[in-house]
Design a protein around this ligand. Structure first.
Ligand SMILES: Cc1cc2nc3c(=O)[nH]c(=O)nc-3n(C[C@H](O)[C@H](O)[C@H](O)COP(=O)(O)OP(=O)(O)OC[C@H]3O[C@@H](n4cnc5c(N)ncnc54)[C@H](O)[C@@H]3O)c2cc1C
Ligand SMILES: *[C@@H]1O[C@H](CO)[C@@H](O)[C@H](O)[C@H]1NC(C)=O
Ligand SMILES: *[C@@H]1O[C@H](CO)[C@@H](O)[C@H](O)[C@H]1NC(C)=O
Length: 262
């Protein structure tokens, strides 16, 4: 998994980052790293684990003060839709891992999600706890409270593939990376744009207190997991909930796509 994932991210990045046009400014004040990872979510931590195992020179940059910060805020109603299947009737580890949607890969069986909660659809706080335990257990190298605000690629004859990545953080510290892995997630809200859309409340900020919807008729745009999570929370107090989307409802068990409605 890590190999192909890494290749893919890297190619994307090369395509989208502009090469600095000149070497006019001599770069000296940077920390050099063989591997830089941006983001200490599950993706960044998994990469860090394998780099650490193979004794590579790497560092993870995370703007938050802990690992897995996505799960501090999301999902808003705090119930994960990734299943924590503890029993499969099988001894085969690979088989069992495929049914455990939350554990990261490691050599330590104590870091299986089933040791963190017994719930089939776990509370999101258990993910935060898990990811931070994972970080500590393997002593992963993470620089917290560090937001990468600028990335440039610059040609360099000594770089293994002809260029280095130069990263800048919010405190204006610089890093030079031979390989850059971007694991910054999907947290940016997908904001609709149509006449009247300024009146819409986004999933990222809508109230999660059912008391705020008592006796109301609610229109939810979307029929995915976030929409159903929101509807489920207020179904007991509303007059009526309308749900609209471009396509028919797609259920994960039917489509076999984990992003469809659980
Ligand atoms: C509403 C919603 C609900 C979801 N529910 C589930 C669920 O129940 N179960 C599940 O398995 N998956 C769920 N997902 C998918 C989930 O987002 C991913 O499984 C998981 O968070 C992806 O991990 P990641 O490491 O790719 O990204 P993230 O977990 O988002 O981690 C990215 C990290 O990068 C950091 N970062 C971003 N930009 C910078 C920067 N410039 N500099 C430094 N750090 C930066 C962020 O602070 C963050 O810590 C959900 C997604 C959404 C949108
Ligand atoms: C992270 O910051 C929050 C609030 O800013 C604080 O409550 C929390 O204790 C901090 N956590 C860690 C692990 O430093
Ligand atoms: C998380 O880590 C702490 C400290 O390493 C440990 O004491 C605790 O048992 C771990 N939690 C779980 C659920 O394994």
């Amino acid at each position: 998994m890590p190999k192909s994932w890494m290749g893919c991210t890297f190619t994307m990045l090369v395509a989208s980052v502009a090469f600095a046009s000149s070497h006019a400014t001599a770069r000296t004040d940077y920390l050099h790293l063989d591997y830089c990872i941006i983001g200490a979510g599950p993706g960044g931590l998994q990469m860090a684990y394998f780099l650490q195992q193979s004794q590579r020179h790497y560092l993870v940059f995370e703007r938050s003060n802990l690992s897995g910060s996505f799960f501090v805020r999301y999902p808003r109603h705090r119930k994960l839709i990734s299943i924590n299947k503890q029993y499969t009737g099988k001894q085969n580890k690979e088989f069992n891992l495929r049914h455990d949607w939350n554990s990261l890969l490691s050599h330590d069986d104590n870091l299986l999600y089933k040791h963190y909660t017994k719930d089939f659809f776990p509370h999101a706080d258990t993910m935060v706890h898990y990811l931070n335990n994972f970080t500590n257990r393997f002593d992963l190298k993470i620089r917290y409270n560090t937001e990468i605000t600028w990335i440039e690629a610059e040609k360099h004859p000594k770089a293994w593939n002809g260029h280095y990545f130069y990263l800048t953080d919010q405190n204006d510290y610089h890093y030079r990376c031979s390989v850059l892995l971007v694991a910054t997630g999907m947290w940016v809200p997908n904001t609709p744009d149509f006449p009247g859309s300024e009146h819409v409340e986004g999933y990222e900020s809508v109230s999660v207190d059912p008391a705020d919807f008592v006796g109301q008729t609610v229109l939810i745009l979307g029929r995915g997991n976030a929409a159903f999570e929101t509807a489920d929370n207020i179904v007991g107090v509303t007059n009526f909930i309308h749900m609209l989307s471009r396509s028919r409802l797609r259920l994960a068990w039917a489509t076999h796509y984990v992003g469809d409605v659980r």
